[in-house]
Every structure is written in structure tokens, then in C-alpha cells.
Design a protein around this ligand. Sequence first.
Ligand SMILES: *Cc1c(COP(=O)(O)O)cnc(C)c1O
Ligand SMILES: [Zn+2]
Length: 415
Amino acid sequence: MSKLFLQRCITPDCRAEYKLDERLYVCSRCGGLLDIEGAEDIGIDAASLRELWRERRASVDERDRSGVWRFREFLPFDEDTKLVSLGEGNTPLYDAPRSADYCRLPQLKLKHQGCNPTGSFKDTGMTAAVTQARKLGARLVVCASTGNTAASLAAYAARAGIDCAIIVPSGQVSNAKLAQALDYGAKVQEIEGNFDSCMNKIRELSEDESIYLVNSINPFRIEGQKTVAFELAEQLEWRVPDHLVMPGGNLGNSSAFGKGFRELLKSGLIDRQPKITVVQAEGAAPFARFYSHHEHGFVNEEHPQTLASAIKIGAPVSWQKAWRVVSETGGSVITVSEQEIADAKAIIGRDGIGCEPASATTVAGIRKLVSDGTIKENETVVAVLTGHLLKDTDYVMKYHSGTLITPDGSLVIRN
Ligand SMILES: *Cc1c(COP(=O)(O)O)cnc(C)c1O
Ligand SMILES: [Zn+2]
């Protein structure tokens, strides 16, 4: 088996190529995003791959135990690479009857990515990005974060023995997420402004050669995150759902899911892609606006506002990749209100499944898509829960005591 992976610029009239070990985050010719290519043609047939991956589930090898590295044929690393892993992935796919009822569907499945080692899907990307950081000999890894990326990077950096610094918007990250980053030994710098200001600061820092930037602009994170598509397809016995619905902030997750399904389709492991729909909070919805009015180009949201802090992002770095995913699969981009998010979150909780507010946009969104006829009653639907309930208990306590106030000052009604 030969693996010939490379990095390629996604800008249609550029398409510049770079080797895997070139430390860059965007195309040095045009500034475009980079994609990792090579997994399209791995030279093993579908039946053998399924069999190989199934066998690995019974193995005690650390690489086989990880829900990411179990699919390593599709990852841009050599067999002898020293991995930085915490046993990520392998997350449950739950039936959620109350949530289904709420959406007026006979059945709804929830893929709970909050069951990763640090409580969010970020771990599936971080294992790949920090493995790459170590391969490149990075001295320091850095990221800007609304919290979960920070918690995840801090943990993987600690495993790798690499120093870690994170920049977060002051007063806007939940205690739980900050506590994780501190416990894992990261240096935390809080700055005034929002996530987007943190991101600008990070880009300046990453000019330094010994520093490695691990935001979702980093294509290796997308590679790790794409394996959730493999895991989900396997859990569904390779029958993909009609609809897959997930929250959208920086849009790395939707880009990664789309890339994963695209590669599965090309390799003959599945026979079609699910329609991928992205849900944003009304107050932080630049991608949804672009979806409805793309004739004006992509316009960032200057002042993103939502209590779902994980998706409070006005300038999503991966919007071009996510746009390709939504249009290629025939999905859509919609918004939900703060009240709808809170209601959906409480319903998911009644299924015995705990998620953070951003994740609940999915069930809120599915309810809307069913009521406007976009999702038909006989179609299969999977919602992706991105983070764990315990990430933001403040929100839960306020909701249940009737004191949850939205950014525009109105009270969320407890239903
Ligand atoms: C990061 C995150 C998101 C947003 O994912 P993007 O890849 O930035 O679109 C949503 N929910 C949770 C819990 C997250 O941690
Ligand atoms: Zn380019």
C-alpha cells in the first residue's frame, strides 16, 4: 500500500501543492485554505477495509482502540508515526425518542461527540494536529478558542509533552472549559474582545517557526475530525442517513464531516452522501445569511451574540469548505432562536442525554426542517451533539430556575 498525501490549496484557479511537512496553514501563494489530498485512492477495496476496521475493534493496540486512528488508512501519517492519543472517538449513537417526538419524527438518532475524552468533538481533530505538531518538532502549540478547542489542545499537548498557550475572550468562556485547560497545564491568556479578535492575535503569533497553530484552519485537524463520518457510517452498517444535522461556528466540523463522506463515497464504502445541514444561532449566523443571499459574497458578523458560546463566531475560517459540503450534498443552513435552543436542550436532557447549548441547535433545527417539509417523516435523520452537558452548567442552572437571559435582554421561558 502506498500513501501519497499532500496539501493542496482549495482556491479553484490556484490549487498550489505543498508537502505534508511544510509548516503552513494557508496557501503561501494566494492565502486560500488548504486541504489534504491523497485519501481518495488508497488501493484497498471496500469489503477488505470494513473487515479490517471491524477486527481492530477487538484489538488492544492503542492505535486500534482510538476511534480516529482505527481508520488510519485515510489519514496522512506513516505507519510508524508516534501518535498522541487519548483514546478519542468511539462515541455513542443514541436513539432519542422524546427528541424525535418533539421534532415530529418517528425516529431520531443523536451522535454524541461530547463523549470524547475532554468532552467535545475537538479531540478527534486534536489527536491528528498534535501528532503533526510533534512530527514537525514544534516547541509550543497555540490556539484561539471559545473554550473547547483550548481544553482539548491543552490535554493533547500535555500528552505530547509540548508547551501549550491559548488565547480566549475575557469573561466569555465557561469555568468548566477554563478549568480543563488550566488543569492540563496550558498558559491561558484572556484578551478583551471576542473569539475573532483572539484569532487575529493567534495568526500574528504563528509567524514564529517553533510555534504551531492548531485552530481549525489547520488541515490536519480536519483530517482527524473527518473520521467521525467513518465511525457513524459503520454504526449504521454503512447505510447513511438521509439527513445529517450539526451546529456551525467556525465550520470546521461540517467541513470535516463532508470530507469524510466524500472520501467514503469515492472509495465505494457508501453509495450516497447524507444531506448535510448546518444550524446557527440567530445572533451569530453569517453562514446562514450567505446561504440565503450569496450574491453579495460572504459577510462576517461584527458582533456575534448567543448564549451558545461554542458557536459565537462571526468570521468562520472554514466557510468555503463548509459551503462546498452543503451545496454538494443538497443540505441547507438555517438559524434557531435562543428560546428554541433552550427548549431543545431540555428535551434532549429528558432523553437522558446531556449536551451543551450549541449542540441543541440541531434538535431545534430539525424540528423546524420537519415542520417546513424539508425533512420528510419517512426520512432518516442523525443530529450531531458536539459537546457535553457539564461544559456549561451555569446555563442549565439558570434555565431551570427561570433566570436565563438572552444577549438582547429577554428572559428565556422554561417550558
Ligand atoms: C467547536 C464547537 C462547535 C462548532 O464547531 P465548528 O467546527 O467551529 O463549526 C459546536 N459545538 C461545540 C460544543 C463545539 O465545541
Ligand atoms: Zn492558493
